[in-house]
Design a protein around this ligand. Structure first.
Ligand code: ZN
Length: 320
């Protein structure tokens, strides 16, 4: 009996690339991580991606049906060209075509957050649902939307830029050009900055936080704030409450746009727990249109750091 086909996926980040071979169910057969070495330029990075995939295919000993690539940036979903990726410094790089030529495999290139959303929906926390939103809160805020079992891509595979929906149109200008973006209030970076600002404004009140960083306010990150909040520090609890409320406001807009049955909330900041998630859920339920919010579950992801690579691999499986 012929062995069932399997799929290759590679998540290309600014510092490392992570590749997997998975079966239809998303079970990882083999995986490996290597440095991206972005300073070597696109040709050499792509050559090393191909080499890594070749090594894993050999290790798996299986018939690989296709390769999915997850990468940041705006893409041409038809031919897999990276139009622009700031983290890689790439402009108009024919990533998909080059890898297909090197490996003799069909290649699909997908936005990394959308690939992770697809993976979590298909074989992770969203398995069995039809309508699902994935939100990741870490340095920034990103995500993706699966509607009626299809990933929403948009023209340049950039749909689901959830960190850049406006929650305050009188708010500060975001590096993206918009104003008052969710990411400016609720990302790990934003939480850390709020801690530093609070400590500079009133060192006595922020004493607990400052002790955790040896007195230097600029070293405060979301980690110290989570730790201080846990021990009852009111300044840190207020910062996390504000961020949680902002996140709740953002989720309301998401639900009004996408009408999901499930929200998968991941990323480093989601580990902060109750001091962030409590105010988030409370704000969400207070403001969401009742009929849309009813029964929407908010859950943690299941695939961890491999979500993007697994999702990219599974996207190649059929006409997703
Ligand atoms: Zn923005």
């Amino acid at each position: 009996m012929a062995m069932e086909s399997v799929y290759a996926g590679i998540d290309l980040g600014g510092t490392k690339m992570l590749a997997v071979i998975v079966d239809k169910k998303g079970t990882v057969l083999v995986s490996e991580e290597r440095p991206t070495l972005v300073e070597e330029g696109p040709a050499r990075v792509i050559a090393r991606m191909a080499e890594l995939v070749r090594v894993l295919i050999r290790q798996s000993g299986r018939n690989v049906a296709g390769l999915g690539v997850a990468t940041a940036g705006t893409l041409d979903p038809k031919d897999g060209t990276v139009q622009y990726a700031g983290n890689l410094g790439w402009t108009r790089v024919p990533l998909g075509v080059t890898l297909a030529g090197e490996l003799g495999l069909p290649v699909k290139v997908e936005n990394d957050a959308n690939a992770a959303a697809f993976g979590e929906w298909k074989v992770g926390a969203g398995r069995g649902t039809r309508h699902c939103v994935f939100v990741t809160v870490s340095t920034g805020i990103g995500g993706g939307i699966v509607s009626d079992g299809k990933l929403i891509r948009g023209r340049t595979s950039s749909a689901g830029e959830l960190g850049h929906i406006t929650i305050d149109w009188n708010g500060p200008v975001c590096p993206c050009g918009n104003v008052g973006c969710l990411e400016l209030y609720a990302s790990g970076t934003a939480i850390g900055k709020a801690g530093a600002a609070a400590a500079e404004a009133d060192p006595a009140a922020a004493r607990v936080l400052l002790e955790l960083v040896g007195g230097s306010a600029e070293r405060i990150t979301s980690r110290e704030i989570a730790q201080a909040a846990e021990s009852g520090d009111p300044v840190s609890q207020r910062i996390l409450r504000d961020a949680g409320q902002a996140l709740g406001v953002g989720l309301v807009s998401l639900v009004h746009v996408a009408n999901p049955e499930l929200i998968i909330l991941g990323g480093g900041a989601s580990h902060i727990g109750a001091p962030l998630l409590g105010p988030m859920e409370e704000t969400f339920h207070r403001h969401v249109i009742a009929s849309l919010g009813e029964g929407v579950r908010i859950v943690s992801p299941k695939l961890g750091v491999q979500a993007g690579a697994i999702g990219a691999a599974l996207i190649t499986e059929q006409d997703n």
